[in-house]
Design a protein. Structure first.
Length: 252
């Protein structure tokens, strides 16, 4: 089991944002987490990635208890994410944004950095080469020296994914990667996510409101509503589930 949440619950005062979440994701899967606005999806991501420590329950990654660990510790363990609202370093270039992700796997030493020792130069070159490889994979290599925020919206999304991949994760969490994309961009994104999964041997959990995307690439899906899991199954099962239809469309 790659990722397992065991009754993970997040409370803010008297509000229960996520209640007893039980996710199970196997290696190599692409799994969707969907639900109406305010259902608790991003809160679930925040528990998994250490932004929030669950009020109750556990987060298990590759059999290790990650509950309550810091975000940087969880990233080092092999979990990376993107955000619903793009969070690029606005004053940095495309390449520099990816190099920030590479730094997670480095062990910087101020002495070596100041003197630029052979070991430091070797590590810097390796990071640069890997960052450029990621930019090539995401179709951004020719834009390496451009300011990150000067890119079109869809390419900024790809850059954020490239930066997440730079930390060399085995589990990638994507928070609404198709947000703001037109239909053709969404189709391209589906192919891109599959290619990235295969190329980097990833397991992927994604939040997505764009049903064409999530139904098109996910083997299984979990549905949240007001923090509660109301359905779990294949896209076809989810599409026909009365509770899911009611959550999205309401009842007369």
């Amino acid at each position: 089991m790659k990722l397992k949440t065991d009754a993970a619950t997040m409370r803010f005062g008297g509000l229960t944002a996520v209640s007893a979440l039980d996710l199970e994701i196997d290696s190599g899967e692409i799994v969707g987490l969907i639900g109406p606005n305010g259902a608790g999806k991003t809160t679930a991501f925040n528990m998994i990635t250490g932004v929030y420590a669950p009020s109750e329950g556990k987060i298990l990654f590759e059999g290790r208890d990650m509950t309550g660990r810091s975000p940087h510790s969880i990233t080092e363990a092999g979990i990376a994410r993107t955000f619903q609202n793009i969070r690029l370093f606005s004053t940095m270039s495309v390449l520099e944004n990816v190099l920030v992700g590479c730094a997670v796997r480095e062990r910087p030493n101020w002495f070596n950095s100041v003197l630029r020792t052979p070991g430091y130069r070797k590590r810097s070159k390796a990071s640069h080469d890997f960052a450029m490889e990621l930019l090539a994979e995401t179709g951004l290599a020719e834009l390496a020296d451009e300011k990150a925020t000067s890119l079109p919206y869809g390419k900024q999304r790809r850059l954020e994914i490239a930066r997440a991949l730079a930390s060399r994760p085995s589990l990638l969490l994507l928070d609404e990667p198709a947000a703001g994309m037109n239909p053709q961009e969404s189709i391209d994104l589906m192919n891109f996510i599959r290619r990235v999964r295969d190329r980097f041997d990833l397991t992927i959990l994604l939040i997505e409101h764009h049903m064409q995307v999530v139904m098109g690439i996910c083997a299984r899906m979990y549905v949240l509503d007001y923090g509660v899991t109301i359905a779990h199954g294949t896209p076809d099962q989810i599409r026909r589930d009365p509770k899911v239809i009611e959550a999205y469309l309401g009842v007369e």
